[in-house]
Design a protein around this ligand. Structure first.
Ligand SMILES: Nc1ncnc2c1ncn2[C@@H]1O[C@H](COP(=O)(O)OP(=O)(O)OP(=O)(O)O)[C@@H](O)[C@H]1O
Ligand SMILES: [Mg+2]
Length: 296
């Protein structure tokens, strides 16, 4: 390497990082949120602001945002917390078995964060075997997560769909791949998720993952996540299965929160009235700003 090259090495690295960011942003193709479709699927919409579902989602969101540090950032400490370490805004949604409500929870969280809190969200389908996210937004199959990771110079162009007038971007699952676990565990995946996270310091990246006991893909994805939302189906998910999945998960990532789905609904309550949210960490840990938690 020549002297000049060596001298400009640092600057070149920074320029490359900035360039990577631009490439990552790309041009998301615009789409309109289909509120009727979301409502039909039981997802939060602005007309449901006063329903029990909206209240429960608010409680879930507040806890998640507090843990991530966005609640503090949005308040008085915003400036102080900026640049105080890496973002902790990558949230993975999973559960033990198929059909327990992971995708439903991921979409509800994403839509409600974006619509009600004005928090920018990138929602990603990380379940190429049973993709569901596009169906909530009426989006066509096409380039998505697996293709972006495989791409030598990753860009969101052609893979990201940006809702018009609402800060929500959806990335579908992408093409089927025989080795999704290897792909999700790759260095390229790590780079991609880190740059997404860095792009959205005031927002969230939410990944809808496969069920833990059915595949090893979730574990590969969980390595990139800052927070894991673990959906438990009330009165249905067997406890040993939960314990086994949590054991594996907690070894990788201690920031796991349990979300109880589909409890018994009180008469006249909304069908979603069951969402509850439990913290795994000590209560006094939750209220610390993210910087202090990281130091601690
Ligand atoms: N709280 C809820 N209220 C109403 N419908 C729900 C609720 N939770 C899940 N559902 C519905 O149950 C079905 C299964 O949910 P979902 O697709 O989210 O499960 P999943 O865990 O993502 O499944 P998979 O493992 O196949 O990815 C969907 O039709 C979803 O709309
Ligand atoms: Mg799903």
């Amino acid at each position: 390497m020549g002297l000049i090259e060596r001298a400009i090495g640092g600057a070149a690295k920074e320029a490359k990082a900035a360039n990577d960011k631009i490439a990552i942003l790309g041009d998301g193709s615009p789409f309109e949120l289909n509120y009727a479709l979301l409502r039909a699927k039981g997802v939060f919409t602005p007309t449901a602001r006063e329903e029990a579902q909206a209240y429960e989602l608010r409680a879930i969101k507040r806890r998640l945002l507090r843990r991530i540090g966005l609640l503090q950032r949005a308040g008085r400490d915003r400036r102080q917390l900026q640049g105080a370490g890496r973002n902790r805004n990558l949230v993975l949604c999973t559960s033990t078995r198929p059909g327990e409500g992971k995708s439903f929870a991921a979409v509800n969280l994403a839509v409600s964060m974006a619509l009600e809190e004005g928090i920018p969200v990138i929602l990603i389908d990380g379940d190429p075997a049973r993709p569901r996210i596009r169906s909530y937004f009426d989006l066509p199959a096409g380039k998505g997560l697996t293709d972006i990771i495989k791409d030598a110079s990753p860009t969101l162009a052609g893979a990201a769909h940006r809702a018009t007038g609402v800060p929500i971007t959806v990335i579908g699952e992408g093409s089927r791949t025989p080795n999704a676990t290897d792909l999700f565990g790759s260095l390229e995946a790590k780079r991609f998720f880190s740059s997404l996270s860095a792009h959205l310091p005031e927002g969230l990246v939410i990944i809808d993952a496969p069920p833990m006991l059915a595949t090893t893909e979730t574990i590969a994805l969980a390595r990139h996540a800052d927070e894991v939302v673990f959906v438990v189906e009330a009165d249905s998910t067997p406890q040993p299965a939960i314990a086994a999945a949590l054991d594996e998960l907690l070894e990788l990532n201690p920031n796991v929160s349990l979300l109880l789905n589909r409890c018994l609904v009180p008469a006249g309550g909304s069908h979603y009235a069951a969402y509850e949210y439990y913290e795994k960490r000590a209560a006094d840990d939750q209220d610390l700003p993210v910087v202090e938690r990281e130091r601690g």
